[in-house]
Write a protein that binds this ligand. Structure first.
Ligand code: DQA
Length: 150
């Protein structure tokens, strides 16, 4: 049995975590969050690849590589593209892999324009409002679902 291979994708402005609105998003940098998420995945016997971009088309293009890279599950925080991007929604649907959408903040407790996610409906599940812990919970969700489907 090959190791599960997860892809963590972060969208626009998430490269600024640690500096960006810490009262909303916390003080941890994306590098730290990614390292903790990778360690958690490895402790559960999985590999974690990661990608961040501020450019919508690059996020779409990276999703298209999932099959060539033998990705078994995707964790995505699409940032503001959550609320605007039909292209990203279509790309998630096209790759047809288990996918967990993560938001650090509780998007439903914020501005009304954040209450709608265009991407969540094509994801397996959604985690919001639990901070960086949400990424680790997404790893658990993907690996538990894969175990349950064996
Ligand atoms: C976010 C929520 C989005 O509304 C916002 O545009 C982000 C971050 C979150 O992780 O809470 O960039 O996805």
């Amino acid at each position: 049995m090959n190791k599960p291979q997860l892809l963590l994708i972060n969208g626009p402005n998430l490269n600024l975590l640690g500096l960006r609105e810490p009262a909303v998003y916390g003080r941890e940098t994306l590098a730290n969050i990614t390292a903790a998420t990778r360690l958690h995945a490895e402790q559960r016997g999985a590999r974690l690849l990661d990608f961040q971009s501020n450019i919508e088309g690059e996020l779409v293009a990276r999703l298209h590589l999932c099959h060539a890279e033998h990705i078994t599950g995707v964790i995505i925080n699409p940032g503001a593209y959550t609320h605007t991007s039909i292209a990203l929604r279509d790309a998630i649907a096209a790759v047809a892999l288990p996918c967990i959408e993560v938001h650090l903040s509780n998007i439903h407790a914020r501005d009304t324009f954040r209450h709608t996610s265009l991407t969540a409906a094509v994801c397996t599940g959604l985690i919001a409002g639990l901070g960086a812990r949400g990424y680790r919970l997404a790893v658990d969700a993907l690996l538990d679902l894969q175990d349950a489907n064996k």
